[in-house]
Write a protein that binds this ligand. Structure first.
Ligand code: FES
Length: 155
């Protein structure tokens, strides 16, 4: 018994022909997508976040200096030289030095002299950054690598 929804069976030759057309179409579309994506690199190189500070003698112990354009505070003490980011850990505003620490002008977070969080909404203290020395003897800060707070570089 056949109903009105039962169509005529597809002949085997037509079925194989349609399957071939669909397979070829899908393969061509996949190749086309691959060719469109080819000029775009899937891994983007990141710019180096290292920058040179100067010679260690430029930072006498007991001083600190804001490196303009880098939003980094360089702290020099008897223990060595350290770098602390001045970028707020909440939403990235630049903190300002105040008496007793740093305050964020955007939402009012407050950090002590060592960058430890004292009042939110920032979730954590300011980042301390890796300081090393280049072959030419100058100090280098790697803003892409965080170190434990209180880590000083000493030659
Ligand atoms: S960005 Fe500093 S508290 Fe929000």
């Amino acid at each position: 018994m056949s109903g009105r929804l039962d169509g005529d069976p597809i002949p085997r030759r037509d079925f194989l022909g349609l399957a071939g057309v669909w397979t070829t179409t899908i393969a061509l579309l996949g190749s086309l997508l691959g060719m469109i994506r080819l000029p775009k690199p899937s891994v983007l190189p990141e710019a180096s976040r290292r920058f040179r500070l100067g010679k260690p003698e430029d930072f006498p112990p007991g001083t600190s200096k804001v490196i303009s354009g880098q939003n980094v505070l360089v702290i020099s003490s008897g223990s060595g030289i350290a770098a602390m980011s001045l970028v707020c850990t909440h939403l990235g505003c630049i903190v300002a030095k105040t008496e007793g620490g740093f305050s964020c002008p955007c939402h009012g977070s407050f950090f002590d002299q060592d960058g430890q969080i004292k009042a939110g909404p920032a979730p954590r203290g300011l980042r301390w950054l890796e300081v090393t020395r280049a072959v030419d003897g100058r100090l280098v800060v790697n803003a892409g690598r965080e170190v434990d707070p209180g880590t000083y570089y000493s030659a």
